[in-house]
Design a protein around this ligand. Structure first.
Ligand code: MG
Length: 390
């Protein structure tokens, strides 16, 4: 059941009238693979759509800089990990990290979707099967950019959103503390207020938006808020300050997270060995797809680390996260951008169906073949389409 076609679609939601500039769910590039019998599989990447498309369509230059479609057309989607390795080798000059791996992530996701449909099994079974009975999402709570808000207004809006998430049934939430004007002491007060808002029985994560340039300042905030029992601290120091992450991880009791921009297990290994983080947060649509995040999770087990994937995109990435968590023991949560908590047109309407949250804050294992979601016929502006010629 070989692959016959590779197409890309770019979707952009209207951002007219919005001041929000930090929303990766405002656009996406979808890769669609079609097999010889007409079945399709979809995946997406969180990288500039034009650049991903150019990478996928680039002309064959030589053996270390090949055109990916030449490898994929005629290949068997059931062999996703082998295809990953061949694609990596075939794009060594331009791939290896960053953009090339982001593009490969979308392809890899589409391979699992397509193979799952061919064999009529949910993608997590192709990842080795269920390691848990139920799924647990954490709800990302972001109130938008801080523009024109005072610290108090911003914190109050965030507390309202956290309470809404808990009222919806979520048992794990993340507070996006992305307000650069806050002092460290205001930040500590905001963490304390967040814990009070959600109550004692909810897992609380805090995203610091890379605000610290100094690990000692981050350590001061995390020690002073230790009694608030953060599950982990995200985006504390600069993404490339691995030495700082290691010193911070040594200095505080709370788990330190990182690696949300990382591509491949090799980059994640640096985060474990040099950064000494407790929680890896690679994004399935950037790190190399389902094949690579499973390898990352298996590696993380050797270091006693957890994997909680970053996921701020459309329902395609949400679906990939569900299958990943289903098949992974050391993934206690996955990031869930709920359409009820963040008004993104593409997140809400690009694919269907939307998973249901049970009263206990969990979700059922996916049961439809492949990723289990399909593109809707939503009318999204500035949509473009290209087919990569065989
Ligand atoms: Mg974040």
């Amino acid at each position: 059941m070989k692959i016959a076609r590779l197409e890309t679609f770019t979707f952009e939601a209207s951002t007219e009238g919005s001041s929000e500039r930090l929303d990766p769910s405002s656009h996406t590039i979808v890769v669609r693979l079609t097999d010889v019998d007409g079945r399709t599989g979809i995946g997406e990447a969180d990288a500039p759509p034009d650049a991903v498309r150019a990478f996928l369509e680039m002309r064959h230059a030589h053996d270390l800089s090949q055109r990916l479609s030449d490898l994929l057309i005629g290949a068997d989607p059931l062999e996703a990990p082998a295809l990953w390795d061949r694609s990596y080798e075939a794009t060594l000059y331009t791939g290896r990290r960053g953009l090339g791996i982001h593009a490969l992530s979308a392809v890899d996701m589409a391979l699992y979707d397509l193979a799952g449909k061919q064999y009529q099994v949910p993608a997590y079974r192709l990842l080795g099967g269920a390691r848990r009975a139920r799924l647990t999402p954490y709800a990302t709570c972001y109130v938008g950019s801080a523009a024109d808000r005072t610290v108090t207004q911003h914190t109050d809006a965030l507390l309202d959103l956290l309470r809404r998430a808990v009222a919806l049934g979520f048992r794990a939430v993340k507070a996006e503390l992305l307000f650069p004007e806050m002092t460290s002491d205001q930040l500590i007060a905001a963490i304390r207020a967040a814990r009070e808002a959600v109550g004692p029985n909810i897992e609380l994560i805090a995203d610091f938006g890379y605000r610290f340039t100094d690990w000692r300042e981050a350590a001061y905030v995390l020690r002073a808020s230790e009694d608030c029992r953060l599950f982990f601290a995200e985006a504390t120091l600069s993404h490339d300050d691995l030495a700082g992450h290691a010193r911070l991880a040594d200095a505080v009791a709370v788990r330190i997270g990182g690696a949300e921009f990382a591509a491949t297990r090799w980059e994640c290994r640096e985060w474990l060995e040099r950064g000494k983080v407790d929680v890896l947060q690679p994004d399935i649509n950037r790190c190399g797809g389902l094949t690579e995040i499973r390898r990352i999770a298996e590696m993380a087990q050797w270091y006693g680390a957890l994997v909680v994937p970053h996921a701020w995109k459309t329902g395609i990435t949400v679906a990939a996260c569900r299958h990943f968590q289903a098949a992974t023991a050391n993934a206690p949560f996955f990031e869930f951008l709920s359409p009820l908590l963040w008004p993104s047109e593409l997140r809400r309407a690009l694919v269907t169906p939307e998973p249901t949250l049970a009263e206990d804050g969990t979700m059922a294992l996916p049961d439809a073949p492949g990723l289990g979601v399909a593109l809707t016929s939503g009318d999204f502006p500035e949509t473009s389409h290209a087919e990569t010629a065989p």
